[in-house]
Design a protein around this ligand. Structure first.
Ligand SMILES: Cc1cc2nc3c(=O)[nH]c(=O)nc-3n(C[C@H](O)[C@H](O)[C@H](O)COP(=O)(O)O)c2cc1C
Length: 332
């Protein structure tokens, strides 16, 4: 007690906060709930129960480090009750040599959503070969609940070895989706998705949109860093075009209210969500069932060791509990 009081006196000046630093997104309500009431409400997402509204964004596979990262992420999904998207499973299209990198169902367990991932370019290749079955087999091999399709024309254009599409993604999706007997999620990879494309997605038989919005990891920029100096200089401004998660949320709220989606379309609000407060704000602002997704923030710890990831998530989830207990969205 004496030490604690001495700390208070010593730290009082260090703890001053300027009113400019006030996070005006929230009202703080200290009277309404107790700590015991500060709980995360049950979230049923994509038909399965999550213990926290967090989605592990699609990342990696195909290297030794990726195997370790995926195992750490899958373990965290299981321990904390989170949904998980695998990174691109492209290498499984023609061989099973990388299967172990992606075979995370035994770790995640059957009760949580786990989705495979493939790029729209691979869907185009399969379409041109009149055979979608190698794509469907990925879902069977990995026993995933469904498939995430990433649509990334800018990344492909800036990637030195990128695949150029000869058919528009909307036409490819319209060909592919009716052949899949499992749920489909559509995402970008860090640029976000504009209003016209979102409107088209709302008419499709898909289960969720994963924003992968602008504001965090940006694969167009990443590929330009791998490209020639001249390409980097020429195209960099274009990597800065896109839609933030909050922009996309306003757009989906508006579009989906005007033209309700054909089914119970759910949202993974992701791309530049570094902190539970941003995630909490986003899911509270959504008029549709939503969780928030994180990629690079989780990767940072997952590539170190499981304990680092576990500690990070413990604190993020405790923060979320406190947010649900004591913070409300401020009416503007
Ligand atoms: C190392 C790394 C690898 C990724 N690989 C994929 C991928 O294979 N497929 C995919 O759809 N997205 C991939 N992404 C994009 C993420 O799913 C996510 O959309 C993006 O990182 C934005 O989220 P963030 O800002 O929280 O990192 C990758 C991201 C990272 C950091």
């Amino acid at each position: 007690m004496e030490n604690r009081k001495a700390d208070h006196i010593a730290l009082a000046y260090e703890s001053q906060i300027n009113s400019i630093q006030n996070d005006s997104r929230f009202d703080y309500e200290p009277l309404i709930r107790s700590h015991a009431d500060a709980k995360i409400p049950e979230t049923v997402f994509l038909g399965k129960k999550l213990r926290a509204p967090i989605w592990i964004s699609s990342m990696t596979g195909g290297t030794q480090l990726a195997h370790k990262i995926n195992k750490n992420l899958a373990r965290a999904a299981h321990e904390f009750g989170l949904g998980m998207g695998l990174g691109s499973c492209r290498c499984l299209l023609d061989s099973n040599s990388c299967l172990a990198d992606f075979d995370m169902r035994p770790i995640v367990g059957n009760d949580l959503p786990l989705y495979a991932n493939i790029g729209i370019s691979q869907i185009e290749k399969a379409f041109l070969q009149h055979d979608f079955s190698p794509v469907h087999q990925i879902v069977n091999k990995l026993k995933t609940d469904g498939l995430i399709i990433h649509i990334n024309p800018l990344q492909e254009a800036f990637q030195p070895e990128g695949d150029m599409l000869s058919i528009a993604p909307i036409d490819l999706l319209n060909e592919f989706i009716p052949t899949a007997n499992y749920p489909i999620i559509v995402k970008e990879v860090g640029q976000g998705i504009g209003p016209q494309s979102l409107q088209e997605l709302s008419k499709m038989n898909i289960q969720a949109i994963d924003f992968a919005a602008f504001g965090g990891t940006n694969f167009s920029k990443l590929e330009l860093l791998r490209n020639t100096e001249q390409a980097h200089e020429t195209y960099l401004n274009m990597a800065h075009v896109g839609h933030s998660a909050i922009d996309m949320l306003h757009t989906t709220n508006r579009i989906f209210e005007q033209t309700p989606p054909t089914n119970d379309l759910q949202l993974i609000i992701s791309g530049g969500i570094p902190h539970f407060l941003d995630g909490y704000y986003a899911i509270q602002k959504s008029k549709f069932k939503a969780v928030y997704g994180q990629g690079s923030a989780l990767l940072w710890y997952a590539k170190q060791d499981y304990t680092s990831l576990q500690q990070y998530l413990k604190h993020q989830i405790r923060g979320l509990e406190l947010a649900f207990g004591f913070l409300r969205i401020r009416k503007s």
